[in-house]
Ligand binder design. Structure first.
Ligand code: ACO
Length: 310
């Protein structure tokens, strides 16, 4: 019977149909999905910090309401994703514990500090732009609950990217000082944005299997290339320079050639020694501990209602 189940799974994947929580799936498929969806959920939640840092210092009421809405969306994305992970038989409490114990990863990008308001625009443009590039194909992921969560998340990510680009347009049409702020921020965020796509294909242990299972639809380098090609004309529109002297159009490939990200830096950041790793985890741990009374109260209320047969 195990063989029949496995053949059924293979047929579903081959026919490019969705695997649902009730379906049989290989243990390794389940584990890979839990790993990726949990990392993705953690990224949304940790990603609230670098931007949340600027809510109280937004330069106008309009900018403040945009930023508030965006950071709240990220909390929502985290919730959809934890819910998708829970359909695989893990619970959110357990995943949160793993995050604050440093046992599960989150995106490298959120370990860089936000030093000026221009960073809010650049994160929207580059970081959310990279996220969209990576996530649109995940709407076709073979695991149904993850794919469906991604549809909604991608719509909201597009709004996030536009708000970033609109903020940058306002700044580059402002004073020299504002243009300098934008350029300085682009200089800091360009390379870390390229690293969001993960290691190069020949150093990506999970890609081949995840592509076979239809979890990933493109390799890390394919999506990175797409992002570079998309960003170049946008940078021209803004009048900023991307900090890569090797960036040049390649007529033959009909794509841009570009320099090599500092993969040693990437490895150090995902191993926990990036500029803000310790601060991000400490903050998340504190928030979790401070929220203990809310979880206890909600549990006590649920128990009471269950006891009353309501
Ligand atoms: N930051 C942190 N860790 C990373 C990153 C990154 N940018 N890129 C790769 N890694 C980790 C992988 O998780 C993997 O670690 P693990 O095996 O210990 O779990 C290791 O580096 C090797 O990488 P790959 O074999 O290429 O891993 P994978 O096939 O999972 O591909 C990728 C990585 C592309 C990030 C994939 O997991 C993915 O598409 N995830 C969903 C998108 C996501 O998480 N986005 C979050 C940031 S965007 C946002 O929230 C705004």
């Amino acid at each position: 019977p195990e063989l029949d189940l496995e053949a059924g799974f293979d047929r579903t994947i081959e026919a490019d149909q969705r695997i649902e929580p009730r379906d049989w799936m290989p243990e390794a498929y389940r584990k890979t999905l839990i790993r990726q969806i949990a990392q993705h959920a953690h990224s949304e939640i940790i990603g609230m910090q670098p931007e949340g840092n600027w809510i109280l210092r937004a330069p106008s009421l309009r900018r403040k309401s945009i930023l508030l809405a965006k950071v709240q969306d990220e909390a929502g994305h985290g919730m959809y994703l934890y819910a998708a992970a829970e359909t695989l038989g893990v619970d959110r409490e357990e995943l949160t514990e793993k995050l604050i114990d440093g046992k599960q990863k989150y995106s490298s990008i959120f370990n860089y500090p936000t030093l000026s308001y221009a960073d809010i625009g650049v994160i929207g443009w580059l970081v959310d732009g990279a996220a969209i590039c990576n996530q649109v194909p995940l709407c076709r992921c073979s695991y149904g609950p993850y794919a469906r969560a991604m549809v909604r998340i991608c719509k909201e990510e597009s709004f996030h990217q536009r708000q970033g680009y609109e903020l940058l347009l306002a700044m580059v049409n402002g004073t020299d000082r504002q243009r300098e702020m934008v350029q300085e921020s682009v200089n800091r965020f360009w390379w870390p944005s390229l690293m969001m796509f993960g290691p190069p294909d020949d150093d990506s242990p999970n890609s081949a299997q995840s592509m076979e299972w239809g979890i990933k639809r493109h390799t890390n380098d394919e999506l990175r290339q797409r992002f570079v090609d998309m960003s170049v004309p946008q940078a021209e529109m803004l009048g900023v320079t991307l900090p890569d002297p090797e960036l040049v159009w390649n007529e033959e490939r009909q794509a841009h050639d570009y320099g090599t990200p500092d993969w040693d830096e990437f490895k150090a950041v995902i191993a926990g020694s990036g500029p803000a790793n310790a601060q991000r985890i400490a903050h998340r741990r504190r928030a979790h501990e401070n929220g203990a009374w809310v979880r206890e109260a909600a549990q006590a209320y649920a128990d009471k209602r269950a006891g009353a047969g309501a």
